[in-house]
Design a protein around this ligand. Structure first.
Ligand SMILES: NC(=O)c1ccc[n+]([C@@H]2O[C@H](COP(=O)([O-])OP(=O)(O)OC[C@H]3O[C@@H](n4cnc5c(N)ncnc54)[C@H](OP(=O)(O)O)[C@@H]3O)[C@@H](O)[C@H]2O)c1
Length: 319
């Protein structure tokens, strides 16, 4: 077991597990799948669980955690749970309400990490993706620094142990880092990250500021098909990845996960399948060589599986 790579220290002193279980699912998949899969993930060894208000599975994620606590398999403090502030809750007076709504759904008193899901603000209200009569997204004129100050208050209130951001570019991170009177800096930036979009420049910047990068779509995703560009190549079929998997007698998914861990990126992986879930957790007992890492670095080609088409017309769109 490579215990050195299993947990990463955050700038606020808390630790995050380097491998996390992702709970995003397409709408057509019943929520009961998330409940069962999250329980299987905990059984497989995952202790870091990533969810979000917008995934609409917080009830099931909370139920899965509580059932594993009731079974005596884990304690609440063994689990590192992340949820995310959705874009319709960016106004400072709504931030704590957004978090309390998530906590109520989860049935828990606190999350370990609460992150701003995206720098783009949308019109407050019940709708997750508010639109006008023409179907155009209704944005809000957000001040991300004011949202951040409200996030700081959530940490002070003990509702979130750590606070961070997601889908922020360097300029947006700098806006927060340079904010006058900053009380807590973001502990993380959760972004799409895989060999086809390795985010090396952003990673270097984050490391220089002691911000942990958390990668999503590390396996190339393919859930949420309505958001994905179907012309994109399938990451796990990439010949370099496949050859490295053969060399190490592993699977392409394990190599893709291990690649992130060795570069200091916390990796999320989602699966609803018991065998693949277990497979994804078996990444602490082999090592990629510097040459392997270089070959994987060479695959970078600016392919985004999440093109952010809904947000690209907003001035705060990060990409
Ligand atoms: N912050 C953000 O904006 C953001 C955006 C997207 C995602 N996320 C988070 O990141 C998590 C992971 O991203 P993701 O769900 O998009 O994609 P992902 O983890 O890269 O890929 C998931 C897909 O890969 C398949 N898969 C899983 N393990 C596999 C294996 N060992 N071999 C072959 N295929 C495998 C899964 O299918 P099966 O289920 O059939 O195994 C699923 O279809 C999400 O669940 C969510 O928590 C955050």
């Amino acid at each position: 077991m490579d215990s050195k790579l299993q947990r990463v220290k955050l700038s606020d002193g808390h630790f995050i597990h380097a491998l996390g279980y992702g709970t995003y699912k397409p709408q057509e998949v019943p929520n009961s799948e998330t409940l069962e899969a999250t329980k299987l993930a905990i059984d497989a060894g995952f202790r870091h669980i990533d969810t979000a208000y917008v995934y609409q599975v917080e009830e099931e994620v909370g139920q899965a955690i509580k059932s594993k606590i009731a079974e005596g398999r884990v304690r609440r403090e063994d689990i590192f749970l992340t949820s995310k502030l959705w874009c319709t809750f960016h106004r400072p007076e709504l931030v704590q309400h957004g978090l309390k709504t998530s906590l109520k759904k989860l049935g828990l008193d606190y999350v370990d990490l609460y992150i701003i899901h995206s720098p783009v603000s949308m019109k407050p209200g019940e709708e997750l993706f508010p639109t006008d009569e023409q179907g155009k997204t209704l944005f809000d004129t957000g001040d991300i620094c004011a949202t951040w100050e409200a996030m700081e208050k959530c940490k002070d209130a003990g509702l979130a142990k750590s606070i961070g951001v997601s889908n922020f570019n360097r300029r947006q991170l700098e806006m927060i880092l340079n904010k006058p009177g900053l009380k807590y800096k973001p502990v993380c930036n959760q972004v799409e990250c895989h060999p086809y979009l390795n985010q090396s420049e952003l990673l270097e910047f984050c490391k220089s500021k002691d911000i942990v990068m958390i990668g999503y779509a590390v396996l190339g995703s393919n859930s949420g098909k309505e958001w994905l560009n179907k012309d994109n190549p399938v990451l796990l079929e990439d010949p370099v990845l496949v050859a490295l998997a053969q060399k190490h007698q592993r699977t392409p998914a394990q190599v893709a996960l291990r690649y992130q861990l060795q570069r200091g990126v916390v990796a999320l992986a989602k699966s609803f399948n018991k065998e693949r879930l277990q497979e994804n957790f078996q990444v602490f007992d082999f090592q990629l060589t510097p040459e392997d890492m270089k070959a994987l670095d060479g695959l970078n080609r600016n392919i985004r599986y999440f093109p952010d088409s809904q947000f690209c017309h907003h001035p705060d769109s990060p990409f």
